[in-house]
Design a protein around this ligand. Structure first.
Ligand code: NAD
Length: 596
């Protein structure tokens, strides 16, 4: 007979606990919500009522339902109040000794049949379970933040958890409207094992002043469609909690340096900058617990005019190349009102690009996003040429030719001879060092990276890559151009992968390693990232779209430049590429696309 869960307990009403109480109470289950002191209890109550009030204000919860929900919660100090519950979910800070102490006490207080669950993110559920006399009734129920919103629950069974306990908890998750993935007890489970290396890496970028917090967050949101950037997410998780999770994952997960908490995190925790819960973390919030970011001394000041920042005026733009990126970039500039000189390697190529730009603009007309007049005007602004000499009087050149350093260097050397002084010379390279290209000219201060994303007319992000020789004026010009194109330009240093690829591909590679280790399935890993972290696609879906060969090449570059052992390409990824399984484009990658 399956267990009925009519009354459950939640221990610890912090970031997670308060949300977990809400999840149960929303689904008609009575909750005994326990804290360590009256003050902490009051804080938990305020967090919970704040969350339910917001749901009412947004029209997601009726007032009567909110009142019924709150009436189901019995707020108490001390574990003794849990004597009659059927299940306890513990959500106290991420310290093994604390959790073990609480479990030992719960074991004494609770009914013999009560299931004891931990919401730990990284600690060993097995080690927690042995503090009780009923390790077979101990399980991990790992909710995601914010618990009322995120659909995923990771159910963690240890080697001794009874199968009926697992089955009953899975059924409970379903009743709560959650999707569960059941996995074994490994540091970070699925989602955090893939997430925290990425978060830590993003913090290291801030620490190294590689890019600003705003630019890193904007890059991941706009470049990858993530619901929030990594630093905003660190603030949501809580820096103290994130520190403990990283520290545990480092020790339990094979001492991968990428999980060694970046020193800045510890400093911020020591300084009381814990994120949203303390009102300040990477960002500053209206007040503790508030999601509203307010300006602080790090908030970038945007001057009224780009020229005030030292940006040069740009009216005429040259685009060199005839591939996918060049075609998209020509369209973007022409649509934004710039006069464009497209240079390809011959009339035939130019005709092809012209057709592609026209077709794309026509799609805009069909969809009602562009008038016929504007389409014709955009096309009329483009001059087609097969000689670089026609770039003599442009103000900006964007190079988007084949990704080969020798070709790009030769091109930049030619541009150096042809272009007038003061021109900004930009490369769209996604993997080559911009400084190499810059040094092929006599004017490296005028050379910058403008890394557009594919498809350029749609993707809102451009990475502005400044080398150690790029002048502030050149960077300001590049940034102003991005704004004029309606795109967000994020500024970063000249390192392999810039911001987006450097943060994205190691995560994808880690997912492949997790699959390779048979920890979980491609479907469950995809679910975990989509439902637990709000990613628009799971890692295997994305790898199949990007192409396994492209992904492998990027990962190799990162590994070669940064020499980080954890960045070594997953052998499974290499094998799939060798076997010709390249993703959608070849019909098969991690999934078979021929049968869909
Ligand atoms: N923050 C996240 O995004 C997240 C996501 C999933 C899981 N988790 C996990 O959830 C757990 C809680 O993390 P958090 O971020 O909510 O921490 P938190 O610091 O926000 O909250 C912990 C709460 O536990 C209370 N507490 C401490 N000792 C207690 C005791 N003896 N009895 C009762 N209550 C006690 C504290 O007063 C505090 O309110 C951790 O194991 C963490 O790894 C966190």
């Amino acid at each position: 007979m399956a267990r009925e869960f009519t009354r459950v307990g939640v221990v610890g009403l912090g970031t997670m606990g308060a949300g977990i109480v809400e999840v149960f109470a929303r689904n008609g289950i009575d909750v005994v919500a326990v804290e360590i002191s009256e003050a902490a209890l009051e804080r938990g109550r305020v967090t919970m009522t704040g969350s339910t009030d917001r749901a009412v204000a947004k029209g997601k919860l009726a007032e009567a339902d909110r009142d019924a929900l709150l009436a189901r919660v019995d707020f108490q100090v001390g574990l003794d109040a849990l004597h009659s519950v059927d299940l306890v979910v513990e959500a106290v800070p991420e310290h093994l000794d604390l959790k073990q102490r609480i479990f030992a006490e719960l074991d004494k207080v609770c009914k013999p049949e009560t299931i004891l669950a931990t919401n730990t993110s990284s600690l060993s559920v097995t080690e927690i379970s042995v503090a009780t006399t009923r390790p077979n009734q101990v399980i991990g129920i790992h909710f995601f933040n914010p618990a009322p919103v995120m659909k995923l629950v990771e159910v963690v069974r240890t080697v001794v958890t009874s199968p009926d306990v697992v089955a009953d908890v899975e059924a409970l998750c379903e009743r709560l409207g959650k999707v569960d993935v059941t996995i074994s007890d490994r540091a970070g489970f699925i989602a955090n094992a893939l997430l925290f290396g990425y978060l830590n890496h993003a913090v290291s970028m801030v620490e190294a002043r590689y890019a600003t917090r705003e630019d890193i967050d904007a890059a991941m949101k706009l470049g990858c469609g993530l619901p929030m950037g990594p630093l905003a997410l660190m603030d949501l998780i809580g820096l103290d909690t994130a520190y403990e999770i990283l520290d545990t994952m480092y020790r339990r997960g094979g001492r991968d340096r990428r999980h060694a908490p970046v020193p800045l995190i510890k400093q911020m925790v020591t300084a009381g900058l814990l994120g949203r819960k303390s009102g300040r973390g990477f960002y500053t919030y209206e007040r503790p617990g508030s999601p509203v970011v307010v300006p602080d001394d790090q908030t970038p000041v945007t001057s009224q005019s780009a020229l005030a920042d030292g940006a040069r005026g740009i009216a005429k733009v040259g685009v060199v190349g005839s591939g996918t990126m060049a075609t998209g970039i020509i369209e973007v500039f022409a649509k934004a009102g710039y006069e464009v000189v497209s240079v390809t390697r011959g009339a035939e190529k130019s005709a092809k690009v012209f057709e592609a730009v026209k077709t794309s603009l026509n799609k805009g007309v069909v969809r009602g996003k562009l008038s016929e007049v504007d389409r014709d005007a955009a096309l009329g602004r483009i001059n087609w040429s097969a000689t670089l000499e026609h770039l003599a009087d442009v103000d900006l050149v964007v190079e988007a030719v084949v990704e080969e350093l020798s070709v790009k260097k030769a091109l930049f050397a030619s541009l150096d001879e042809i272009c007038k002084p003061g021109v900004v010379l930009a490369t769209t390279t996604s993997s080559l060092p911009v400084i190499d290209v810059a040094m092929a000219t006599q004017r490296p201060a005028d050379v910058v990276g403008l890394h557009f994303f594919n498809p350029a007319p749609i993707m809102p992000l451009v990475e502005v890559v400044q080398t150690i020789r790029t002048s502030a004026e050149t960077t300001a010009t590049a940034k102003a151009v991005c704004a004029a194109l309606g795109k967000t330009g994020v500024i970063c240093g000249d390192r392999s992968g810039f911001i987006v690829n450097a943060l994205l591909f190691p995560y994808l590679n880690d997912a492949v390693k997790m699959l390779e280790a048979s920890y979980s399935t491609a479907d469950d890993i995809d679910y975990a990232m989509k439902l637990g972290c709000g990613y628009p696609m799971g890692p295997f879906e994305l790898l199949d779209v990007v192409g396994l060969d492209v992904s492998l090449a990027i990962q190799r570059e990162l590994y070669l430049e940064l020499r980080e052992p954890g960045f070594a390409p997953a052998p499974l990824l290499e094998h799939l590429v060798t076997a010709g399984y390249l993703g959608r484009k070849s019909g098969r990658g991690f999934r078979d696309h021929t049968r869909r």
